[in-house]
Design a protein around this ligand. Structure first.
Ligand SMILES: *[C@@H]1O[C@H](CO)[C@@H](O)[C@H](O)[C@H]1NC(C)=O
Ligand SMILES: *[C@@H]1O[C@H](CO)[C@@H](O)[C@H](O)[C@H]1NC(C)=O
Ligand SMILES: *[C@@H]1O[C@H](CO)[C@@H](O)[C@H](O)[C@H]1NC(C)=O
Ligand SMILES: *[C@@H]1O[C@H](CO)[C@@H](O)[C@H](O)[C@H]1NC(C)=O
Ligand SMILES: *[C@@H]1O[C@H](CO)[C@@H](O)[C@H](O)[C@H]1NC(C)=O
Ligand SMILES: *[C@@H]1O[C@H](CO)[C@@H](O)[C@H](O)[C@H]1NC(C)=O
Length: 399
């Protein structure tokens, strides 16, 4: 090789090494895409996402300290390599609900494999104006308000060290995902903000929620149909409406809910503790199986343990026919603390398909200093350990 060729070869090598180093480090700071503090970063985020998504090496999009505005945006895959979105600052949504189209979410991540959202930052839905316009309790065809996050069809995703604040509607909707973990994730909104559920899960397999805090105006965590292998561990819930399975049964083609475990949690000042609810007299006939609730401290919870197969808010249905949803393999173990009502344990199962294989172990709930009682119908639970609440049970015979 003559000198000139050698020089060219060397230069090419340098070029190759430097470009691969750049791709490997893959840090995409949105300030390099024109995203500025106190400004609208929508365009910068889309450009950074497009680069990250096309990268053959893992990449990380960084939103630094500071406050930023982001319009309704979808970050869509499939992408070639893992992507991390590190949010150090605060990202705010438009306040005006009219800046969102229909039912959609504010921020959507869809069809991605290996996504991580991290950084210690906050997503602020700025929901106060929207809550005032929410008339869904009275109006069946009310305007749909946007949720902070829509996670759709994601695999192997982690959301960690993130706060979702003041969403206009639910904080998070998880749909069609496999293996998604929320850890050190907080969903916060005032106790009187309507429909600000923490995380709603549907048609997803492998969802873990750990070391997290939910303080909202509605359910902390709720499971819709097709939720499988969901584990909630070391979570604080309250204020809010508790941890719920359902409501189920309203629609004919629902998928089963199976393998749900809630362990080592504190539920504080909520309407319900752990609840399974299904509609009576509706077409849905799916199954709920493998529900396990263990080591849960209830603090002033109105209905700490409740299965309600006659769930029918605002008289939207009749109770002429029983629920067709079969509930089985349910355990409540070491559930302690205080109930806000005398009947701390309510298991109202369907007369059409009674609950099966229900086990209550070490239940110790107090109401106003005395042992809380239980109301049971269409269920014959196995009672184990120190379950004082069940010694003064009044079995309810008729529905
Ligand atoms: C997620 O996993 C499912 C099931 O294996 C697969 O069908 C789907 O294509 C995957 N999605 C992505 C975005 O990788
Ligand atoms: C969720 O936690 C369970 C129990 O610790 C574990 O077996 C499972 O692999 C975890 N799933 C995910 C998606 O991390
Ligand atoms: C989910 O995680 C399990 C266990 O790690 C793995 O076997 C499975 O392939 C993952 N699912 C998808 C769709 O990647
Ligand atoms: C329960 O909630 C109240 C406020 O509603 C709070 O003062 C108290 O510290 C909470 N207890 C626990 C154990 O988190
Ligand atoms: C019962 O649950 C509480 C938390 O609510 C926990 O501190 C305690 O260790 C549990 N008891 C047993 C025997 O596991
Ligand atoms: C609570 O207990 C006290 C004293 O035992 C009693 O005077 C009071 O009426 C009880 N309150 C309720 C709501 O049952």
């Amino acid at each position: 090789m003559d000198l000139q060729l050698k020089t060219i070869a060397f230069a090419l090598l340098i070029l190759q090494v430097s470009s691969s180093v750049r791709a490997q480090s893959g840090v995409l700071d949105i300030s390099k895409y024109g995203g500025a503090t106190n400004g609208d970063i929508s365009q910068a985020m889309i450009k950074a996402w497009n680069d990250a998504c096309a990268s053959t090496n893992p990449s990380k999009i960084v939103i630094p300290q500071g406050t930023f505005l982001l319009k309704q945006t979808e970050f869509k895959g499939p992408c070639t390599a893992p992507i991390e979105v590190q949010v150090d600052g605060t990202i705010q949504a438009p306040q005006d609900p009219n800046q969102f189209d229909g039912e959609a979410q504010w921020i959507k991540f869809t069809y991605v494999n290996f996504l991580t959202i991290s950084g210690g930052g906050t997503f602020d839905g700025q929901g106060a104006i929207a809550w005032n316009q929410n008339d869904c309790a009275q109006n069946k065809i009310c305007k749909k308000l946007s949720m902070n996050f829509g996670f759709g069809f994601l695999n192997n995703t982690v959301i960690r060290d993130i706060t979702s604040k003041d969403s206009k509607n639910f904080h998070v909707n998880v749909l069609g995902c496999n293996n998604i973990t929320f850890t050190n994730f907080n969903a916060i909104a005032p106790a009187n903000s309507p429909n600000t559920d923490g995380i709603h899960i549907g048609r997803s397999t492998g969802v873990n929620i750990t070391n997290s805090i939910f303080a909202t105006g509605d359910d902390c965590i709720s499971l819709g149909d097709g939720s499988k292998q969901v584990n909630v561990f070391n979570v604080k819930c309250g204020p809010g409406h508790g941890i719920s399975v359902g409501s189920l049964g309203k629609y004919p083609e629902e998928e089963p809910v199976q393998d749900f475990s809630v362990k080592n949690c504190i539920i504080n000042n909520t309407d319900n503790g752990v609840r399974i609810k299904t509609w009576p007299d509706t077409p849905g006939a799916t199954t709920v199986t493998g529900m396990h609730f263990e080591n849960i401290e209830m603090i002033n919870v109105r209905n700490p343990i409740i299965i309600d197969q006659e769930y029918c808010p605002w008289n939207q249905c009749t109770k002429e026919n029983p629920s067709k949803i079969k509930i089985s393999q349910v355990s409540f173990k070491n559930i302690t603390g205080t109930s806000g009502t005398k009947e701390g344990i309510v298991l109202l199962c369907s007369s059409g398909v009674p609950c099966e294989d229900v086990v209550l172990t070490d239940i110790d709930l107090k109401f106003n200093g005395t042992v809380a009682s239980a109301v049971l119908s269409n269920v014959k639970p196995i009672i184990q350990g120190k379950s004082l609440s069940l010694s003064n049970t009044i079995p309810k015979v008729e529905l």
